[in-house]
Design a protein around this ligand. Structure first.
Ligand SMILES: Cc1ncc(COP(=O)(O)O)c(C=O)c1O
Length: 398
């Protein structure tokens, strides 16, 4: 019997990336395609100690149902974690979510009516595109460069479309790797306050900087722009700095929004795993995080440098990109130099045949995709595999 599904599913399609991932099982393939952190860098010892502590001291609470808002000690720890980055938020100003992905879903649920306009960066995080579309959002793409969203254009789009919400990844965007400059951060905050529009700051990568720390987050800077804090929601995540398998993220937002998000979370998963939350709380309390993240930064920085150099040496002018200053991704454009293909999807197929994978950029655009773009992750391959993978890419490009 054919099953008739809800109308809302018509707005979304399975991701082209997922289709590509099916090919990744091929033996010997070097993958620059994933968005995963390197599992070899997880602080297994620290997490093992933390989980032991949970079971010896908090077993009752940690194995029991818990509050929808989150496990109290973790909310406290997350408030400290943010305070270290200049964000002033009390434990009660945040809720713990099942990954920051759930925070995005909750924002979609509580904010978006079918047909509402939402501005996103072009390109942006694919799962956000899919999730907001599921709620019927009409997505408007704001153009970006290596310094993030073009703020004059953003203002024009706000005036033209009167969006319900603006979604940005200001620091080391996925897929763009872009970092919003401090001047543009201030402009975004001014625009939020001026037009009274909710700006969602998604920040899973802010701690993964390679040189100087990035500018403070929008939420940290909001203290300097009157009225902007009330127009901001901040989504954080432990996925890229500790472990995505824990599924611990969080959201800071105005109290009325947080209350409604909490209500929706209650109907959805009741609460994020108490065991995961308690483990994360003990881990953060242990003080191991700064050392562990410093090690991740150092290794990703080496890999990013190696990939940048290899791409420049092997592909020369055939590929245009900015060297990322943090995060996990290169965002690049095929220039068509020497008559080579400018179609990233075509190159992706040939690359798989050569034993290297990356993700074509088009699916990351909510509108007007640029077929010449592609995303390369440097997070999981060691230096030798990065060299070899880029060499294979050169062969594929011809
Ligand atoms: C920009 C961005 N936001 C949110 C997420 C979701 O992360 P998680 O749900 O693991 O916290 C990701 C994961 O790749 C991401 O790249």
């Amino acid at each position: 019997m054919p099953i008739e599904f809800a109308d809302r599913l018509r707005n979304v399609e399975t991701s082209a990336i997922r289709e590509l991932f099916k090919l990744l099982g091929k033996p010997g393939i070097i993958s620059f395609a994933g968005g995963f952190p390197d599992s070899a860098l997880f602080d297994v010892e620290g997490l093992s100690q933390a989980s032991q502590q949970v079971l010896t001291t908090q077993a009752g609470a940690a194995l029991q149902y818990g509050a929808t808002e989150g496990y109290g000690p973790l909310r406290e720890q997350l408030a400290h974690f943010m305070a270290d980055k200049g964000i002033s938020a009390r434990a009660e100003d945040l809720i713990v979510t099942t990954g920051s992905q759930q925070a995005l879903d909750l924002l979609g649920k509580v904010m978006i009516n079918p047909g509402d306009k939402v501005i996103v960066e072009g390109p942006t995080f694919l799962a956000t595109i899919q999730c907001f579309r599921l709620y019927g959002a009409h997505l408007i793409s704001a153009p970006i460069d290596a310094q993030g969203v073009l703020v004059d254009r953003l203002e024009q789009l706000i005036v033209e479309h009167k969006p319900r919400m603006i979604y940005l990844i200001p620091t080391f965007g996925n897929p763009s790797g872009a970092m919003l400059s401090i001047e543009r951060r201030m402009r975004v905050l001014e625009l939020a306050a001026k037009y009274g529009v909710l700006v969602v700051e998604d920040d899973p990568y802010g701690d993964l900087y390679f040189g100087d720390p990035p500018p403070p987050s929008l939420m940290a800077l909001s203290a300097q722009v009157s009225g902007s804090r009330d127009c901001l929601a901040y989504c954080g995540s432990l996925s890229k700095v500790l472990s995505p398998g824990l599924r611990v993220g969080w959201m800071v937002a105005p109290a009325q929004l947080l209350a409604r998000a909490t209500m929706c979370k209650q109907f959805s998963d009741a609460h994020t795993s108490t065991f995961s939350q308690a483990t994360a709380a003990f881990y953060l309390e242990s003080g191991r995080m700064p050392l562990s993240v410093a090690q991740v930064r150092r290794i990703y920085a080496e890999r990013a440098a190696a990939m940048g150099q290899a791409l420049r040496e092997q592909l020369g002018r055939a590929l245009r990109f900015s060297q990322p200053q943090g995060g996990m991704f290169f965002w690049a454009q095929l220039t068509g130099e020497g008559g080579r293909t400018q179609q990233a999807t075509e190159l992706a197929q040939k690359a798989i045949e050569q034993g290297v994978a990356f993700v074509p950029g088009a699916p990351f655009y909510a509108s007007d995709p640029d077929p010449s773009t592609l995303r390369l992750s440097f997070a999981t391959a060691d230096l030798a595999r990065i060299q070899e993978g880029v060499r294979r890419l050169k062969v594929a490009l011809g």
